[in-house]
Design a protein around this ligand. Structure first.
Ligand SMILES: Nc1ncnc2c1ncn2[C@@H]1O[C@H](COP(=O)(O)OP(=O)(O)OP(=O)(O)O)[C@@H](O)[C@H]1O
Ligand SMILES: [Mg+2]
Length: 432
């Protein structure tokens, strides 16, 4: 069992969960990522949360809601406490914070406290107890400011601290996950979107390709958030409507309250050991942890609609083969808690981008491991609750039928011929 002296795990953070627009204290988090001992975190539920009839386990598989005396400990942001670190930024947000600090490292507790409650899901952090119903209102950039944002993010991406006032615009987004440049944007109706921006060194327009892939996914019948493309002088920006925010009806004259929905990544639920390194992905342990079949087991355990979710998970795996999205790591799969009860659904789809660099997927697909072929995707269909090969083949056929028409979707995404040729080259490079 992992344990450290209490002195070494000092910074204490209050972990809040949004329940129907109300901030409810869920527990305490102690963190230590300084010194030679590496990362260590410890979480305990608050007794008031355990006693609250509205309370739910922050992770039904790894953080059971049983006893406020129990401590959950980890040496990795992905193991055991992944539910909590899902609400924290990944590479991009940390990069913005670092550039803002003139290149200085930012401690993990500071990373969490710098967030303004815009991370994915319903959790957020505070250094002190919040007064009931205290609502901090932060400014969010609007769609009309997208050109300015593109410029600011391009600077940050090049390691340059932007001149002038930028913190207000970027500080309300630096807790959302992922590695690519992005911000949260509010539209005229007050709805929140995730905006993904171009990178100067991209070999093709990732935003247009993602738009086309997500549009094909919708046509196949998958659950996909609303998407839009906006042109800026630096390239296209992909807007995806946030699926983890709901506007509650406003009392006359009041600002509408935005409630957060609880989200869990596949990484949080599978809780991979940090001891399984990238080189071990193809070992038995790697396969048991990093696979679509393991995600299927998670669906069986937590979904309120397992048959539908298993079919969609299977179709997503097949689509990832068809469009060669090999960046299918466990944080690119998510689950949203049902608004009532304790079950989950597979979250709407996100981050489906054709990749150039790798022949293999991140996750295992079937008996040929991470190999990107339809044959491999068909080889273990039973683990997805599909009873016959004909049923699995029907899903593969449906995906292929739509993806064969991909040129129409690329045209809809306004991709010039040269770009289409590059994506086609990436698609055919790995086909056997
Ligand atoms: N429509 C959405 N609504 C709510 N949360 C979302 C939505 N789309 C993405 N997210 C969250 O934001 C994170 C980052 O988004 P996304 O995966 O698209 O970015 P990325 O930078 O391309 O990621 P990666 O690092 O995997 O390349 C996701 O892991 C997910 O937690
Ligand atoms: Mg991602």
């Amino acid at each position: 069992m992992i344990s450290r002296t209490s002195k070494a795990v000092e910074p204490q953070l209050y972990v809040y969960v949004d329940i129907r627009g109300e901030a409810v204290l869920a527990g305490m988090l102690a963190l230590d990522d300084e010194g030679e001992q590496g990362f260590f975190a410890q979480f305990q539920y608050a007794q008031s949360y355990i006693d609250d009839p509205r309370a739910f386990a922050l992770d039904p598989l790894n953080l059971p809601l049983t006893d406020a005396r129990r401590t959950f400990q980890t040496e990795s942001r992905y193991e055991t406490l992944g539910a909590i670190f899902d609400a924290a930024p990944d590479a991009w947000g940390r990069n913005v914070m670092r550039v803002d600090r003139d290149g200085a490292d930012v401690r993990e507790d500071e990373v969490l406290l710098k967030g303004r409650g815009m991370g994915v899901g319903a959790l957020f952090f505070s250094a002190s107890v919040l007064t009931p119903n205290m609502r901090r209102v932060y400014r969010l950039p609007e769609t009309s400011e997208i050109d300015t944002l593109a410029g600011l993010l391009a600077d940050i991406d090049n390691g340059v601290k932007p001149k002038g006032l930028y913190r207000d615009l970027l500080g309300s987004s630096w807790d959302i996950g992922g590695a690519r440049p992005k911000t949260i944007v509010r539209d005229d109706a007050g709805e929140m979107w995730i905006a993904k921006f171009p990178r100067a060194r991209d070999s093709y327009d990732r935003q247009r390709v993602e738009f086309a892939n997500l549009t094909m996914a919708r046509e196949i019948g998958m659950t996909v958030p609303e998407v839009r493309l906006i042109d800026t002088p630096l390239g296209a920006v992909l807007m995806t409507r946030r699926f983890d925010r709901v506007q509650l009806a406003s009392v006359a004259g009041d600002e509408p309250v935005v409630a957060r929905r609880h989200f869990l990544s596949g990484a949080a639920l599978i809780s991979p050991s940090p001891r399984i390194g990238k080189r071990e992905l193809d070992s038995a342990r790697g396969r048991a942890t990093f696979s679509y079949a393991r995600l299927a087991d998670v669906v069986r355990r937590i979904s309120s609609h397992p048959v539908k979710d298993l079919q969609e998970l299977y179709a997503r795996m097949v689509l990832n083969v068809a469009v060669h999205n090999t960046d299918d790591h466990l944080k690119n799969v998510g689950f949203l808690k049902d608004e009532t009860g304790f079950s989950y659904r597979l979250s709407p789809l996100f981050d489906v981008v054709t990749q150039e660099g790798s022949s293999k997927h991140y996750l295992h697909l079937g008996i040929s491991g991470r190999e990107s072929t339809f044959e491999n995707a068909l080889s273990e269909y039973r683990r997805f609750g599909l009873r016959t090969e004909t049923a699995a083949q029907a899903i593969v056929d449906r995906v292929k039928k739509v993806v064969t028409q991909r040129r129409d979707y690329y045209a809809q995404a306004r991709m010039p011929q040269q770009e289409i040729d590059r994506v086609e080259a990436a698609l055919s490079a790995w086909r056997r």
